[in-house]
Design a binder for this molecule. Sequence first.
Ligand code: UGA
Length: 445
Amino acid sequence: MNLINITVLGTGYVGLVSGVCFAECGHKVTCVDTNKKKIDILKKMKSPICEVGLEELMVKNAKAGRLSFDSSLVSSINSSDIIIIAVGTPSLPNSNEVNLSYIYQCVDDICSYLGKNMVVIVKSTVPIGTCDDLQKKIDSKSMQYKCTIVSNPEFLREGVAVNDFMNPDRIVIGINEDIFNKKSLEHLYANHISRGVECVYTNRKSAEMIKYSSNAFLAMKVAFINEISDLAEKYNADISDVSRGMGLDTRIGRRFLNPGPGFGGSCFPKDVKALIDMSNSVGLESSLISSIKSSNDSRAINIANRILSQTQKNDVVSFLGVTFKAETDDVRDSPIIPIINEVLAQGRSVKIYDPAGIGNAKGIFVHEESKKKISYFNDALESVKESSLAVIGTEWKEFKQLDPIAMKSMMKKSQIYDLRNIVNYDSFRKANFIINCIGKHQNEQ
Ligand code: UGA
């Protein structure tokens, strides 16, 4: 196997996980981030993100001399065979449009310091046509060295990112240039290819499109099952059986058919918005894609109204789980946040417990009014004290083992709203709880 030198720009979920995992595959990797504080943390072998198995791999590969961290690309760029750009591409404020300034800054930096021919892989999620535009920008500089842009989107999920990176369903490579660059990509992914992972070679625009279409499609599945779950409630059907019965059809597939409070996180909402923006900018209406967003946006209010209808003004509502999903400390665009905001706005106080997300949640609810009415707990049971309703917001495993008898002794009213359909309904029923969940009639859990 040809081992290669890689510089990764950006140490967020995609950059850090990719860098560490490429080192684990045997390559020599320098992870670069302009945020010096982050680099200092990484140099101490601490991961700034909560990701299973990541720190162990950092320590192992740094010890083996395959992984290092730097706050500038200057010292690693010209000993690299490949540069990977994995910086953030957030939405612009109050807009569906993507902020590409970090990507362009990376390309400018690369061009400034380049002293050899280079393959530059864009792993960040970028709108269709961005890689071609980056190539044009580079070509217009008439540099001494050839710098080729390749699109290679990443499909890892937070919480299981290391496993997803090492065992992907596919690798997508968008490459418009010559066979030489295809060879360097084959070296990069030699470990994966030798294990039979399929590579989809295409042009850059199609690769960029595969990323957005995949995320939007999965988001559509979630939005769809959420709407079907509302229907199931009205018709006394059971959404768990409906999801299972649908998902066993291999054309549909079982995954991403769990109803809940709506999809969130730093990817689905942003990428659906970007796809709407891309459609509109070429004069297409794309009503289906637009309705993924509107369906999900209205979900928060819909859920908040249900919570409000089960409680009175001045009641305490406890939220167990505030992250956008389990196994992460990430609360960015968590569907629970707008629900909490609405519940607060309608005069309830809120108690929050989360096994990993409390620190980040404190950074979200910063308005003085919210601060006064929210308290945070390190223990699930403590967080339901004097509460009139316990809302399960995230599907953390520990919530499957909640003790309803102990909760009952703490709560003002024995009432639960399970937004993830995970608690043990038998035990809550035996403890005479009022049980609400998603997509099942009150008495049918
Ligand atoms: C998502 C994609 O799954 C990854 O393939 C992709 O690489 C990543 O975005 C990205 O673009 O970087 P992630 O944001 O980590 O990954 O989260 P998911 O596990 O996909 O969940 C997204 C949201 O959908 C969460 O709020 C989750 O609770 C919700 N969801 C998911 C459901 O409500 N029901 C389901 O059945 C599945």
